[in-house]
Ligand binder design. Structure first.
Ligand code: SF4
Length: 387
C-alpha cells in the first residue's frame, strides 16, 4: 500500500511522469512499487545467462519473483544518430521480444532494450540478425563508447568525435575485448569535441579524448567591436568570465587581448562572444586518463597525459596501458585507482614508450587539458623531477 501511494505521488505534478509511461508497458510496475517502498533492488546480478553472450545482459525480477525481464545493452551509433530504417528494425525486435520499454538516452551510452526472459535467446539472435548490432557493455569489459554529436551538429567541434568513436570501437586492438570480461573492472572511452565536454569524459572516462587547441582563442577584433557597439556583448563580462584571468580589454584601442599561455580553455569567452571569439586554429586532441565515478578509492577526475594530433595516435598508448592495467590492478580497481596505488609513473612510462614526441601532461594536471601551455613553475618543476 505504501508503494502504491508512492506511485501516485510520482504521477502528480505538471511534468511528465515515468510512472505513467511505465504503466503503458508490460513492466511490472506494482512489483516495482513494492520494491520502492522496501528499498529493495530488483537486479539479479550474474544469475541469468544467455549462451555465448558474456556481457550486456542484466536481469531484473519482480518482488514476487514471478516476472523476470532482461535488460539488454546493445551497441549504439556514434553520437546516437539513428536512421529511420534502423529504428524500424529496433521496433520490430522490441515488438517481438520486448516488454515495451527502451532506453535511447541513458548515460550508459548504449541503446537498452527490455526483453521477456523466456525469449532471451531468440532476442539476442534478432538483435544480431535483424538490427545488425550486438549485445554488450556491462561487467568487466569495455562499456559502451560514447561520443558527443561533434561536427554533425555543433559549431564548437574541434575534431571528428563520431569518426574517432567508430575508429576505436572497431579497431582490432580493442574489438577483441568488447564482449569478453577480461579486465579487473570496467573501462570507458568517451569522446568530446571541445572542452565543454558534453560526453562528460573528464569526469567519467578511463580514456577521455577531448578536442582542444594550443595558445589563445582567435579574436576577430572588427566583429568583436561591432558586437560590442550593437550591445550584444559586454567586454567587462567577457574579461570577468575568464577563470584564468587571461583576458584584458583595451578601452582606448577597443581591442580584446587573450594571453594564450594562461588560457585554460574554459570556453566561457567563446560561448559568450561566438563567432567573434573562436577556438584557436592549432587544434589538438587532449588525451586524459583515469576518471570514474565508481572505483575502489571513490570518484576521480581525469589526468592529462598528452596532446595528440589524431585519434589514431592513442592506439599504442591505450593498448599498452590496458595490458598494464590487467597486470597490475586488483579486481574492482579502475585505471584511476591504479594511478593512486602505483603512481602517475605507470602512465608516464607508457606515454614515454608510446607517445615519445608529444606534449605531455603532469601528475597534477587534472583539468588542464591545454597541457604544456599553462604549467605553473611549480608544476613544471614537479614534472621534471618526476620524470
Ligand atoms: Fe559541441 Fe563541444 Fe558539446 Fe561536442 S562537447 S557537442 S563539440 S559543445
Amino acid at each position: 500500500e505504501r508503494g502504491m501511494k508512492m506511485l501516485e505521488y510520482l504521477e502528480r505534478g505538471p511534468w511528465p511522469s515515468y510512472v505513467t509511461e511505465l504503466k503503458r508497458t508490460k513492466y511490472p510496475i506494482e512489483a516495482y512499487a513494492e520494491g520502492l517502498a522496501r528499498k529493495y533492488t530488483p537486479w539479479l546480478s550474474g544469475s541469468f545467462r544467455v549462451r555465448y553472450v558474456f556481457s550486456g545482459i542484466l536481469a531484473r525480477r519482480s518482488r514476487d519473483g514471478k516476472f523476470v525481464e532482461i535488460h539488454f545493452r546493445t551497441y549504439a551509433p556514434a553520437g546516437r544518430f539513428y536512421s529511420t530504417s534502423y529504428l524500424r528494425k529496433v521496433v520490430e525486435v522490441a515488438k517481438r521480444y520486448g516488454i515495451g520499454l527502451m532506453e535511447f538516452g541513458g548515460n550508459t551510452g548504449a541503446l537498452v532494450l527490455n526483453m521477456i526472459a523466456e525469449k532471451a535467446d531468440e532476442a539476442v539472435d534478432a538483435i544480431r540478425t535483424i538490427m545488425g548490432s550486438d549485445v554488450g557493455g556491462s561487467g568487466d569489459t569495455f562499456r559502451e563508447f560514447y561520443a558527443c554529436p561533434g561536427p554533425a551538429l555543433c559549431e564548437f567541434a574541434l575534431y571528428d568525435t563520431l569518426h574517432a568513436m567508430d575508429y576505436i570501437r572497431s579497431h582490432p586492438a580493442f574489438y577483441r575485448y568488447l564482449n569478453t570480461q577480461m579486465f579487473p573492472y570496467k573501462i570507458k572511452f568517451k569522446f568530446s569535441g571541445c572542452p565543454m565536454d558534453c560526453a562528460t569524459a573528464n569526469s567519467r572516462a578511463d580514456f577521455a579524448l577531448i578536442g582542444t587547441w594550443v595558445g589563445a582563442p582567435e579574436v576577430d577584433q572588427g566583429l568583436f567591436r561591432k558586437m560590442v557597439e550593437e550591445g550584444k556583448i559586454n567586454p567587462k563580462e567577457i574579461v570577468d568570465s575568464c577563470p584564468s584571468k587571461a583576458i584584458s580589454w583595451n578601452e582606448e584601442k577597443k581591442e580584446l587581448n587573450i594571453d594564450g599561455s594562461k588560457c585554460l580553455k574554459a570556453m566561457n569567452c567563446i560561448k559568450k562572444a561566438f563567432p567573434a571569439i573562436r577556438p584557436g586554429r592549432n587544434r589538438k586532441i587532449a588525451l586524459l586518463v583515469g576518471a570514474h565515478i565508481q572505483g575502489h578509492f571513490g570518484p576521480k577526475l581525469a589526468r592529462a597525459v598528452a596532446l595528440l594530433d589524431s585519434v589514431e595516435e592513442i592506439v599504442p598508448f591505450a593498448t599498452e596501458l590496458i595490458n598494464k592495467y590487467m597486470e597490475l590492478a586488483p579486481r574492482r580497481h579502475r585505471i584511476g585507482d591504479m594511478i593512486i596505488r602505483r603512481g602517475f609513473k605507470v602512465i608516464s612510462e607508457v606515454a614515454d614508450k608510446t607517445l615519445p614526441n608529444k606534449t605531455r601532461g603532469t601528475p597534477s594536471s587534472h583539468l588542464r587539458i591545454s597541457i604544456g601551455t599553462n604549467l605553473t613553475d611549480d608544476e613544471r618543476e614537479m614534472y621534471e623531477n618526476w620524470a
